[in-house]
Design a protein around this ligand. Structure first.
Ligand code: S3P
Length: 184
């Protein structure tokens, strides 16, 4: 199988994108273990850097301020090694989407019903209003093409346990990782 690797930078080993509820953090951690590299979750890094929770940042500073912090944190993480999971909306920031064109990007796709079942009841600010399920479906519809367009590989996050999904990610990435010996 011929794979065009020319555009891919050597680090991070993989960047996980996808919508809320796809399991990016859980699966990302497992993929990192399988690859023997570090794992970092962009949302956790934002919370660490800012010293406040994501709902607090949205409530106190507003969504544009959150996206600004997210852009800076994610662009920095993309210069490091390991496996990186991004928050579901990060790809909608042009500078992040542009930067991802040079990385191994895994789109963890999720069926809307399954994804919403997993995401509901959380403290995610974008699902805080009335009728969060409709909002969830609308946002997923808005973003799906962007996720798909940025993906080096796509894996169905609803197909099995987190361990099985992580193994499917590892297998899907194999063609892209084997020739690269300089990560993390
Ligand atoms: C967001 C997703 C969240 C978090 C923030 C905004 C989004 O991350 O970054 O609440 O716009 O979809 P998860 O995808 O990890 O829930």
């Amino acid at each position: 199988m011929t794979v065009n690797r020319k555009r891919i930078k050597s680090r991070p080993a993989a960047v996980l994108i996808g919508f809320m509820g796809a399991g990016k953090s859980t699966v990302g951690k497992l993929v990192a273990e399988l690859l023997g590299v570090d794992f970092v979750d962009a949302d956790e890094e934002i919370v660490r850097v800012v010293g406040r929770s994501i709902p607090e940042i949205f409530a106190e500073d507003g969504a544009p301020a959150f996206r600004d912090i997210e852009r800076r944190v994610v662009l920095d993480l993309l210069t490091r090694g390991g496996v990186v999971s991004l928050g579901g909306g990060a790809v909608m920031t042009t500078a992040i989407a542009d930067a991802l064109a040079e990385h191994r990007v895994v789109y963890l796709s999720i069926d809307p019903a399954e994804g919403y079942a997993r995401a509901q009841g959380s403290d995610r600010p974008l699902l805080a209003g009335e009728d969060p399920e409709t909002r969830y479906r609308e946002l997923l519809n808005e973003r799906h093409d962007t996720y798909a367009g940025l993906a080096t590989v796509a894996v169905d996050a609803g197909a099995g346990s987190a361990e099985q999904v992580a193994d499917a990610v590892r297998a899907a990435l194999a063609d892209y990782l084997i020739p690269e010996r300089n990560f993390p």
